[in-house]
Design a protein around this ligand. Structure first.
Ligand SMILES: NC(=O)c1ccc[n+]([C@@H]2O[C@H](COP(=O)([O-])OP(=O)(O)OC[C@H]3O[C@@H](n4cnc5c(N)ncnc54)[C@H](O)[C@@H]3O)[C@@H](O)[C@H]2O)c1
Length: 245
C-alpha cells in the first residue's frame, strides 16, 4: 500500500474527483478526512470509505470560511495526530462570456477556487510545519494554462492556483513540505453534468485519445504525487488531459 499510515484531508470530497480520490487513497492505506459544503454528501462518502475498511472522518466545511477550515484541520489532528496530505480539490464553475459576466459570478468563483485554496493551504501548512513533512496538492485545470471561452473567473483562479503552487513549493520545500498542482482535462463528473452533449462530443473529438476522463484518472495522478514515489517532485503542474492540450 502506497499511503499506509498517512492522513489525507480532501476538500470538496462529497462527490466527483474528490470522492474518487478518497476511495482510492483509502485502498492505499490512508486515513481519510472528508469535507464538503454538502453535509449529506459528506456522510455518504464517509460511509463508502469506511466500507473499504479504511479509517474515515467527515465534517461539513466551507473552504471560504476560515473558522470552518481550522475546524477541519483540527479534526484531522485530533483523530489521527497529523496531516500528511492536503488535496485542495473543492471548486466551482459559474461560466459566462466576459461581456455578460456579473460581478457576483466573478467574486463567488474567486472566493471558493482561490481564497479557499489559500485558506486550506495555509491552515494545513501550519500543521505540517510542526511535523516537518507533508504534501499539498492543488486542483488547477487545463483551462488555467490555456484559457477557455466563457471562463474569465474560473481561469483566473486556476492560473492563480498554479502561481501559488510554485510560491509554496519554494517557501515550504525547506520545511519538508512538497507542493504540486494537477491540471485535469475534461472529466465526466457532477461539475460537467450541465455541459451540453454537443460540447462533450466536441471535447472528445478534440482529445487525441478520443475520450473524456473519469474522476479516477485524476485520483491516480494525486496518488502518485502524494506518495513517496514523488519525493523529488515539487512545484510541478501535472497535466492529465489525454493529450487535449
Ligand atoms: N470535471 C472537470 O472536467 C474538471 C476539469 C479541470 C479541473 N477540475 C477541478 O477539479 C476539482 C473537482 O471537480 P469535480 O469535477 O469533481 O467537481 P464537482 O462539482 O463534482 O465537485 C466539487 C465539490 O466541491 C464542493 N464545494 C463547492 N464549493 C465548496 C466550498 N465552498 N467548500 C467546500 N466544498 C465545496 C462541492 O459541493 C462538490 O462536492 C475542482 O476544483 C475543479 O475545478 C475539474
Amino acid at each position: 500500500m502506497r499511503l499506509r499510515n498517512k492522513t489525507a484531508v480532501i476538500t470538496g470530497s462529497g462527490r466527483g474527483i474528490g470522492k474518487a480520490t478518497a476511495l482510492i487513497f483509502a485502498k492505499e492505506g490512508a486515513n481519510i478526512v472528508i469535507s464538503d459544503v454538502n453535509r449529506n454528501d459528506v456522510e455518504r462518502t464517509v460511509a463508502e470509505v469506511s466500507e473499504t475498511g479504511a479509517e474515515a472522518a467527515g465534517i461539513k466545511a466551507d473552504v471560504t470560511n476560515k473558522n470552518q477550515v481550522i475546524e477541519l484541520m483540527d479534526l484531522a489532528v485530533s483523530k489521527y495526530g497529523k496531516i500528511d496530505i492536503l488535496i485542495n480539490n473543492a471548486g466551482i464553475t459559474m461560466d459566462a462570456a466576459l461581456l455578460k459576466m456579473k460581478d457576483e459570478q466573478f467574486d463567488t468563483v474567486i472566493d471558493i477556487n482561490l481564497r479557499g485554496v489559500y485558506n486550506c493551504g495555509q491552515a494545513a501548512a501550519r500543521v505540517m510545519e510542526r511535523h516537518k513533512s507533508g504534501v499539498i496538492l492543488n486542483a488547477s485545470s487545463f483551462s488555467g494554462i490555456y484559457g477557455n471561452y466563457g471562463q474569465t473567473n474560473y481561469v483566473a483562479t486556476k492560473s492563480a492556483v498554479i502561481g501559488m503552487t510554485k510560491v509554496w513549493a519554494k517557501e515550504l520545500g525547506p520545511k519538508g513540505i512538497r507542493v504540486n498542482a494537477v491540471a485535469p482535462g475534461f472529466i465526466i463528473s457532477p461539475m460537467t453534468d450541465k455541459v451540453p452533449d454537443k460540447v462533450l462530443e466536441m471535447m472528445k473529438e478534440k482529445c487525441p485519445l478520443k475520450m473524456l476522463g473519469k474522476p479516477e484518472d485524476i485520483a491516480y495522478a494525486y496518488l502518485y504525487l502524494a506518495s513517496d514515489e514523488a519525493r523529488f517532485v515539487n512545484g510541478a503542474v501535472l497535466e492529465v488531459t489525454g493529450g487535449l492540450t
